[in-house]
Design a protein around this ligand. Sequence first.
Ligand SMILES: *Cc1c(COP(=O)(O)O)cnc(C)c1O
Length: 229
Amino acid sequence: MESIAANIEDIREQIAAACIEAGRDRQEVRLIAVSKNHPASLVREAFDAGQIEFGESYVQEFLEKYDDRLLEDQGIEWHFIGHLQSNKIRSIIGKVSLIHGIDKLSTAEELSKRALQHNLQVNYLLEVNTSGEASKYGMAPEEILSSAVALFTLPNITLRGLMTIASPEIAKAREEFRQLRMLLEALKAVAPDPSKLAELSMGMSGDFREAIHEGATMIRVGTAIFGWR
Ligand SMILES: *Cc1c(COP(=O)(O)O)cnc(C)c1O
């Protein structure tokens, strides 16, 4: 295994290459380093190599790292990318810059309620089940469109875009990324302020190049940076 700094460098080069191939501006794609299951010391190593944005999937693990003296007050930008239950919202609110995995209208309503209580403005993405597999979290595309009006009117929270975890098979994954982009376009068409809906969080270690080709603005990469765990 290469060092974390070398892995990050390598991924940055691959992002740049994919952007050139896809005819996209490199500034449009942000790398989120997924540090779940890896200790604060390795997060620090990545941070020291210039990585600012990190994604965590589990509330308890995130809170421990958030308060770790190696990481606190360093200017790390945290993303919550896991499945978020309503009763856990209050423990992470105000600590993360973006919540990627909202997958129910009722969870968005709870998020809005908590944001209002804390007098915060919270940015979130809706998780979409693009593969249609019953085992996966995420809203069906039709459900998102039918909930759109209700979602847009919730106070103190702002929908920034969509997130998906694609199928392992690469050709299918690419089709699902395309579907997510089209769904975002459909959502923009009914949004009061479409300019706020700009993010497509899609692509992981095995499929981020394809995701960039299909319009990803945030890729979530864990294993290719931190190795297996
Ligand atoms: C773990 C995880 C990732 C990172 O996956 P890798 O294959 O390790 O790059 C991305 N997104 C989510 C939601 C994850 O849970």
